[in-house]
Design a protein around this ligand. Sequence first.
Ligand code: NAG
Ligand code: NAG
Ligand code: NAG
Ligand code: NAG
Ligand code: NAG
Ligand code: NAG
Ligand code: NAG
Ligand code: NAG
Ligand code: NAG
Ligand code: ZN
Length: 884
Amino acid sequence: MNKLLFIFQVITNIALAIYNTTVFENTQFLDKQNYYQHVDSIMKQKQNETNENFIKRGRRFIQQNQETHSLRITYDIFKENDQIITEELQTYIESLLDTAFSYYQSLLYVKHIDQNNTFYLKELNNCLGFLIESDHFVTGIEESDLHLYISFKQSDTDIIASAGHCYIDPFLQRPTFGRILLNLSYFQKINRTNLQFFRDLQSIMHETLHILGFSTASMNYWIDPETNEPYTFKNVHKILKQKMIDDREVSVLSSANILKTIRVYYGCESIEGMLLENQGSDYTKNQHWERSILMNELMSGSSNPEGGVFSLFNIALLRDTGFWDVVDENQANPIYWGKNQGCQFYENKCQADLKYDEFEDIDGIFDCSFTGEGFGVSQTDPFSDDCPIIYPTDSQLCINYEQYQQPYKIDNKYQDNLMFNYSTQSRCFKSTISLDDSAASFANFRCLKSFCNEEGTQVTIQIDQLQIDFICKQEGQTLLVEDGTKSYGKIICPKSFPRFCSSFQNICPQFCSQNGYCVKGKCHCNRGFFGNDCSQRCNEENEDGQCAIKCPPDQYINPDRTCSKDCPQGYFKNSESKTCEKCDFSCSKCNGPSNQNCLDCHILSYLKNNTCVSECGEGYFKNKQSKQCQKCIEGCVKCSNDKVCEECDALNGYIQSSNLCKNTFCDSQCLTCVPHQKEKCTSCSQDYYLDKTQQTCQDSNNCPPGYYSDYEKRECIPCDEGCLLCKNSSYNCQSCDETKNYTLFGNKCFQLINCFSPCKTCLDESNSVKCATCVHNYYLQGEECVEQCSIGYYLHENKCLKCNQNCESCINHSDNCMSCSQDKQLSNSKCYSKCMQGQIWVNGFCVDRPVASYNAVIQNRVLSAKNNQFQLLILCLLVLIALI
Ligand SMILES: *[C@@H]1O[C@H](CO)[C@@H](O)[C@H](O)[C@H]1NC(C)=O
Ligand SMILES: *[C@@H]1O[C@H](CO)[C@@H](O)[C@H](O)[C@H]1NC(C)=O
Ligand SMILES: *[C@@H]1O[C@H](CO)[C@@H](O)[C@H](O)[C@H]1NC(C)=O
Ligand SMILES: *[C@@H]1O[C@H](CO)[C@@H](O)[C@H](O)[C@H]1NC(C)=O
Ligand SMILES: *[C@@H]1O[C@H](CO)[C@@H](O)[C@H](O)[C@H]1NC(C)=O
Ligand SMILES: *[C@@H]1O[C@H](CO)[C@@H](O)[C@H](O)[C@H]1NC(C)=O
Ligand SMILES: *[C@@H]1O[C@H](CO)[C@@H](O)[C@H](O)[C@H]1NC(C)=O
Ligand SMILES: *[C@@H]1O[C@H](CO)[C@@H](O)[C@H](O)[C@H]1NC(C)=O
Ligand SMILES: *[C@@H]1O[C@H](CO)[C@@H](O)[C@H](O)[C@H]1NC(C)=O
Ligand SMILES: [Zn+2]
C-alpha cells in the first residue's frame, strides 16, 4: 500500500451537528450538487470516446464466469505542513486504516481488472476538493480496486471523520476513488485505549461504507437490477422516496434486498421501505439508518457509547448498490434493536401503545442498556425521534475495562464490595449484591463477568470475590447469591438470552488489542499478530503475512490464528490444511467448501438438500421456524404449510380432498397408497385412520387393541407401555395389562413392584420408586405414606390432599379453611388479605406497594444530579430502598 506523507492544501467546507455523542457525516466537502453534476457531464463525454483501452476495462468486458477476488483498497495519507503528526499517531492511524480495509477485503469480492486503477477525469483534477497527483490520471495505481486519499483537518466541529466517493468508474460501474478526512485534533487528544481503537475503527468503517455506496449521492449510480444500468438521477425515485410522517419529511429506501430484509427482520410484511435518518444537518440526514428503529448499527447518524454493529442491513444495502459482485453475509454481526417487534414498533417506535425494551418511558430513567454492555440514564438524542434511550457514560460501560477512573472507584471500597468487574466479558445486571452491609444499599446495577453457553440457553455469572458461578437457566429468573454461610443479595437474569448473548458476538476479548477486528466473537488479527485477543506477535510469518501456526492433530487454525477443536460460525474444518476455512457465501453454516455443503442459511434464504435457495420451488414451502424448504404433503404442488394444500398434482391423478390431496388411483378409504398397490394405504381419507401394521384404513373404533385413533395424524397410534385401551391420546389410559402387573393410577399404567412398609405397593417410575398404596392406618400424601396428614393437607378417601393455597390448614375440602397465614385473616372458613389493595405485608405491617414510585423518584433526582457523581450515588440508594 502507498503510505506517503504529503504536504497539501485541502479545501473543505464541513458542516456539523453537535451533541454529547459524536456525529458522523459524509460527502459534502464541496457543493454536492455541482460536484456530481460536473462529474456526470465529463463522464458522458468520456463514454463517447472510443479509446479501446479505456472501454476494455469495462464491466461488460469482464467475463461473467471470471472469478471474484477480495476488494483491494489502497490509500495515501497526506498532511499539511503545519499539522503535527507524531510517529506514534501515524502508526495508530495506519493501523486503523489497515484493519478497516482488511475487514472490507474479506467482506467484498469483485472481478479484478488487469489494468491499473486510473482516475480518468483529468478535467476534474480533484477528489472532493483534494488535488490529485497527476500520476493517478496517467499510469494509475497498481493492484488497486479502490484508492482512497486520507487527509487531516484541524477543526472545531464535532466530527471524527467524513468521507465520500469521488469517482465511479463508468465502465466498471463501481466507486474506484474516494476520500476520507480525519479530525486531527480529535486523534491527537484521545487516549489510545483498546476500546478507543475499537470505536475509531468503527468510525473508519462507517466512513468507508459511505464511499462504498451508502450515500444519497451514490444512489444515482446504483445498478437497477431491472435494466442493469445505473438508476441515474432520473430514476433514483424508484428506490428512494420522500414521504411526510408526523410533519417530518423522511426518506425511505426500498431497494430489493433492503425491503426483503427489513420485512423479515422487523416481522412486518407491510413495510414499504427502510427509513433513513430524518434529523440532523444535510450531512447526516438521509445518509444513515434512522436511529429510533435501528439504534446501535454502524451506519447510525452518530457514534454511540457501545459502538455500532456492522449488521445485515449494511449487507443488504451493499448488495443493492450492484457495485460489488459478492458481499459476504458471514461478516455481519448480530443486531437486536427492534428485531421481530412488528409493524407497531417500526411505525410508532416509543409512541406505540406497546412498551418496548428498546426505549424508556421518559428521560432520566436509570437502567441497563438494551445490549447490556453498560448502564446509564435515558435521554432523547437529536436522532431518536423524541424516544428516550439509555446512554451509558464511559464509566458506566461494563466493557470499558481500561477506564482510568471507574464510577465507584472514587472510593475503591465501593467497587470491590459491590463485586463490580469491568472486562470485555462483563455485562450489566440488575442486582443488589454486596460483600458488606454498609454498601448494600448502594446502586441496583452491577457489572458482572458472564458468558453464554453455545446454544444461548444459559448464562453463567462469575463472581471472583465469592469464587462461585451462578447460572441463569431462565430469562428474568431471580438468583439468590449465597455461599452457604451468608446471603449477599440478588441478581436478576437477562430478559432475553438471545439478545444478551448476541453482545458477546460483537465484543471480542480486549477489543482485539488494536490489532484486528471482531466478527461473531472472534478476533481476526492483522498480519503479524495472533492470539484470541490478537495481542501476540508472530514468531514466523507465512507468505500471506499470517502467523505460521501448527496445531495438534485434532485442532484447526482459527481466524485469530489460535488452535481450537472447533471453527467459528461461517467456517468449516478443512482436515487437509488443518484450517478453519470460509463457507460458501450462500451458507451461514456448512461442513464443506461448496454451495451444496450448507447446514444453515442467511436471513433471506432457505435450506433445501444442503443448498441455500431463495425460492423453494414446486411441491415445497418455506418453513420460517426451521429456515428449511419443507416438502408439501404427497400429491401437492403448492402449499404454504404441511396442513393445507393449495393445489394438488392433477397431472399425476391427485384431486383436492378437503385440505389434502387424494390419489384417485387408490382405494376409496386411502388418501394415498403404495404405487401400483391400490389397497395398500400410506395415508387415509377423512374419518379413517391408518393402521400401519396392516397398511389399511380403519374407522375410529377399529384401531387394533392397544392403539387409539389420532384425529390430528389420522393414524392408529399405540398407547403407552402397559396400557391396553387408551382414548384420544397415548397417555389417557383406561385399562392396563394386568398380566404384566400393570395397574391403573389416575389415567396412567404403572408396574407395581414390591416395596417396604408403610408402602404397600410401589410404582417404578423412571427409576425412582414411589408409594402407590399404603398399609393399614397410613395415608398416601404425594408419594409418601404418612400416619397423619401434614399441615396444609386434608384427608379424603385414605389420601392426603392439598388445601387451597389461601388456607394455611383445611378440613374435608380444599376450600374449607381452618387457619390462615400471618398476613391473612379467617372469616367464614375463607382466608382474606389483611392489607388493602395496593399494599403488601412486610414484617407484620401493611405498607404501600413501592413499585409505582420508582420512576418518579429517579426522574426527580437524576435531572438535578447530572454532572454530580455524589448526588448520583444518593439517588441509587433511594432507588434501592424503594425496591426492597
Ligand atoms: C450532554 O450531557 C451532559 C451531561 O452528561 C448534559 O449536561 C448536557 O446537557 C448534554 N448535552 C445536551 C446537548 O443535551
Ligand atoms: C456522443 O457522440 C455522438 C455522435 O458521435 C454525438 O452526437 C453526441 O452529441 C455525443 N454526446 C456527448 C455527450 O458528447
Ligand atoms: C501501472 O502502475 C505502475 C506503477 O504505478 C506503473 O509502473 C505501470 O507502468 C502502470 N501500468 C500501466 C499499464 O499503466
Ligand atoms: C475534532 O476533535 C476535537 C477533539 O475531540 C473536537 O473538539 C473538535 O470539535 C473536532 N473537530 C471536528 C471537525 O470534528
Ligand atoms: C485520558 O486519560 C486521562 C487519565 O489517564 C484522563 O484524565 C483524560 O481525561 C483522558 N482523556 C480523554 C480524552 O479521555
Ligand atoms: C475482572 O475480571 C477479569 C477477568 O477475569 C480479571 O482479570 C480482573 O481482575 C477482574 N477485576 C476485578 C476488579 O475483579
Ligand atoms: C440433493 O443433492 C444431491 C447432490 O448435491 C443430488 O445428487 C440429489 O439428487 C439431490 N436430491 C434432491 C432430492 O434434490
Ligand atoms: C377426543 O378429541 C376430540 C378432538 O380432539 C374431542 O372432540 C373429543 O371430545 C375427545 N374425546 C375425549 C373422550 O376426550
Ligand atoms: C407379577 O407379580 C407377581 C407377584 O409379585 C410375580 O410373581 C410375577 O413374576 C410378576 N409378573 C411379571 C410379568 O413381572
Ligand atoms: Zn455517516
